[in-house]
Design a protein around this ligand. Structure first.
Ligand code: SF4
Length: 331
């Protein structure tokens, strides 16, 4: 394995990209990327994007559009679209999708996230049934369900999560379900509701290292998120837990390794690592494109620590190829 590229630990995280991670064509997603330059000014990165960023043109663009229209007609949101996920073409073509429940508007204001913020709407009570029916129509073998954060709802909307799992199970017996939950302010009552519905995996993302929480996730808490993962196991969840972090915010390698250690202590089973891509110039800028060999280095380190599965690479997102990760861990 090639030597990992570490930062030097200094305060200057605005370094030029290493040659190995530059070049390549830009895709239609380039308009979403903000990069901090050495001078500290943000600019759109129309050039110097790493080669892995090149996206294949979808075989059938109408298929992607029609699928999005179907979800809209079923009054369902997906994080694939709402978060401008770079994998949307690949995932849709492989019959993967991550649904986003509890509406399309978030009650928090994280600096990395493209999901709409603002006036919150009442819950769509038919959402669990619409979700279950859509999963059946698409013949999804493995469903990933996430949500916006809804601090305005009782238990943060945890009962809606549970209703969604029950509805999916009743219309899709034997199919797997992964939930990617918000922190529910670490309410044990909320977590118990979700756990009682018995999904196969419960994920909660750390997103970044402890030092960067105030700038990246100002309304969340690093320790609180760790407690959520710990509590899921303590309350008695029998399935796997999973967490993910994004790289490229300006974190140092030793801080990433500390997240691994903390997650291990919280008895987390699966970890995912991906490259952060800024949704717009108003969001936190990409401070660095992480070289492939450093993703590989982290993968080895996480496996050494003892995680049951580690998925590490620039395009990895918490839900990317989730079915494969589940198959690997449960084999
Ligand atoms: S990685 Fe997840 S969020 Fe992105 S397109 Fe695939 S299923 Fe959707």
């Amino acid at each position: 394995m090639a030597e990992p590229h570490f930062r030097d630990g200094s305060q200057n995280n605005h370094k030029s990209l290493p040659k190995s991670s530059q070049g390549g064509d830009t895709s239609c997603f380039s308009r979403f990327i903000g990069i901090s330059t050495v001078s500290g000014k943000s600019r759109a990165a129309s050039a110097r994007l790493p080669s892995w960023f090149t996206q294949k043109i979808p075989k059938d663009i109408n298929f992607i559009k029609n699928r999005l229209r179907d979800f809209e007609n079923a009054k369902l949101s997906t994080v694939c679209k709402s978060a401008h996920c770079p994998n949307i073409n690949y995932c849709f073509e492989h019959n993967s999708v991550t649904f986003m429940i509890l509406g399309d508007t978030c009650s928090r204001n994280c600096n990395f996230c493209a999901v709409r913020k603002g006036r919150l709407r009442p819950l769509e009570l038919g959402e669990p049934y619409n979700l279950a029916l859509t999963i059946r129509n698409l013949n999804l073998q493995y469903s990933v369900i996430t949500s916006v954060t809804r601090d305005d709802l009782p238990f943060g909307g945890a009962s809606h999560y549970a209703r969604s799992v029950y509805a999916i199970r009743s219309l899709n017996p034997g199919k797997r379900i992964e939930l990617l939950i918000p922190d529910f302010r670490n309410s044990r009552a909320a977590l118990s509701l979700v756990i009682a519905s018995a999904p196969d995996i419960i994920a909660h993302n750390m997103e970044t290292v402890e030092r960067l929480y105030l700038t990246i996730r100002p309304q969340a808490g690093y320790r609180r998120s760790l407690e959520v993962l710990k509590n899921i196991k303590e309350i008695g969840f029998a399935g796997f837990t999973k967490s993910g972090i994004m790289l490229g915010f300006g974190e140092h390698a030793e801080e990433v390794l500390q997240v691994f250690a903390d997650l291990k202590e919280a008895r987390c089973d699966i970890i995912t690592l991906g490259q952060y891509l800024a949704p717009s110039l108003k969001h936190a800028p990409v401070k660095e494109f992480i070289p492939l060999e450093q993703f590989e280095f982290y993968r080895h380190k996480a496996l050494e620590i003892g995680f049951k599965a580690v998925f590490s690479g620039p395009l990895v997102r918490s839900s990317y190829k989730a079915e494969e990760v589940y198959a690997q861990i449960s084999a």
